[in-house]
Design a protein. Structure first.
Length: 319
C-alpha cells in the first residue's frame, strides 16, 4: 500500500511538472490594441501596436492559420496537423487542444453565434464548435472548402477546388443554397448596402484571374465583374472603402462600395492579405517578410517580420 501511495504521489508530481513546463508566451494586456502577423514559414505570431513590436510568439508546430476568438483567445491550426490549439492572450498559455484531423484549411469565428467554424479539405466538411472548443456538428460541402465569411445568419463558404459557393443557415447548419462560381476562387467580402458579395481568386492553370466577381446575395447570380490586376485574394473594409490585395501583381486597390476604383499602389512581394488597423491599411508581403503600413495612399513605413506572413489579426480596444 505504501509503494502504491508513493507511486501515485510521484505520478501526480510528474504531471504537475509537465503542466508547469508547458510553454508560456509573453502576456498581451487585455486593454492592448494590436495588429498581429501570422507567419507560416517560421511558425510564429508577432504582435504590433502600430509599427512597434510588443510581443513575439514562436512555435515548434507547423501552424498555417489563426483566428481571434472573443478578443482574448487565438485558435491556431495547421493543414498538416491533426489538432488545433486555443491560446489565451492575457496569460500567454495554451488552454485547449481540439482534435480536428489532418486537412484544416481555415478557421472562422462568428461573434453573434459565438461559434467557431473549421473547414477541412480531406473530409470536404465544415465543423461547428462552441467558443470553448467543443465540436457541435459536421456538414459535408463541396471540394476543398476554404474562404468563409458570415452575414445576417448565413455562412458563406467558397469551395476552392470546385465551382460552388455554399450558403449555410447558421441556426440549422444546413446548406440552403449553392452558387455557381469560378474554380480556384479565394477570398470573399459581403457588401450589405449593395446587397452583394465580392469573390476573388487565383484563376486556373495558365489563365490568371483579373477580376472580382460580384454576386447578388438574394439570387446568387453573377451580377457584374470588377476589373483589377492579377489574383485578387484578400479583402478588407474601412467605412465606405473596400481594399483588395492582388498577390499576382503586388498591388493594393481601393474601391468604393459600388466597385469604382479610387486608387491603387504597388506594395510588397507576393502579398496575400490586407487589413485595416487604426488609420492604416496593413499589407503583408509573403516573400519579402515585411508588413507595410499605408496611409493617405502612400507606404508610410515597412517593418521586418518573421518569414512567410500569411495572415493578419486585428484587435482594437476602445480605452
Amino acid at each position: 500500500m505504501m509503494k502504491d501511495a508513493r507511486l501515485s504521489f510521484m505520478l501526480l508530481f510528474l504531471f504537475f511538472l509537465a503542466g508547469c513546463n508547458e510553454q508560456a508566451f509573453t502576456k498581451i494586456n487585455p486593454h492592448q490594441s494590436f495588429v498581429a502577423s501570422v507567419n507560416i514559414l517560421e511558425p510564429s505570431i508577432l504582435f504590433y501596436d502600430g509599427t512597434e513590436e510588443i510581443a513575439k510568439w514562436e512555435f515548434d508546430k507547423a501552424y498555417t492559420g489563426a483566428s481571434l476568438i472573443k478578443k482574448d483567445r487565438i485558435l491556431l491550426y495547421g493543414h498538416q496537423l491533426d489538432e488545433a490549439d486555443l491560446y489565451e492572450l492575457s496569460s500567454g498559455r495554451k488552454i485547449q487542444t481540439i482534435k480536428t484531423g489532418i486537412g484544416t484549411t481555415n478557421a472562422y469565428y462568428d461573434e453573434e453565434q459565438e461559434k467557431i467554424y473549421l473547414t477541412n479539405s480531406k473530409t470536404n466538411s465544415i465543423y461547428s464548435y462552441d467558443d470553448q472548443g467543443k465540436m457541435l456538428k459536421e456538414l459535408k460541402l463541396r471540394n476543398y472548402p476554404m474562404s468563409m465569411t458570415s452575414y445576417d445568419g448565413k455562412l458563406y463558404v467558397v469551395n476552392y477546388k470546385d465551382t460552388i459557393l455554399s450558403v449555410i443557415d447558421m441556426d440549422t447548419f444546413v446548406v440552403e443554397a449553392e452558387w455557381e462560381i469560378e474554380k480556384s476562387s479565394n477570398g470573399i467580402i459581403i457588401i450589405p448596402e449593395e446587397g452583394v458579395a465580392w469573390v476573388g481568386g487565383h484563376g486556373e492553370g495558365s489563365k490568371s484571374n483579373q477580376a472580382i466577381d460580384v454576386y447578388n446575395l438574394q439570387s446568387g447570380e453573377l451580377q457584374s465583374e470588377i476589373n483589377v490586376s492579377l489574383m485578387p485574394v484578400g479583402f478588407s473594409r474601412n467605412d465606405d472603402t473596400i481594399f483588395v490585395v492582388n498577390h499576382g501583381s503586388n498591388e493594393l486597390f481601393a474601391f468604393n462600395l459600388q466597385g469604382d476604383r479610387l486608387w491603387n499602389i504597388e506594395v510588397g512581394a507576393n502579398p496575400f492579405v490586407v487589413t485595416t488597423y487604426k488609420n492604416y491599411q496593413v499589407v503583408a508581403g509573403y516573400d519579402d517578410h515585411k508588413l507595410y503600413f499605408i496611409e493617405d495612399k502612400k507606404i508610410q513605413k515597412a517593418i521586418e517580420t518573421n518569414q512567410g506572413p500569411f495572415q493578419l489579426l486585428v484587435r482594437e480596444v476602445v480605452k
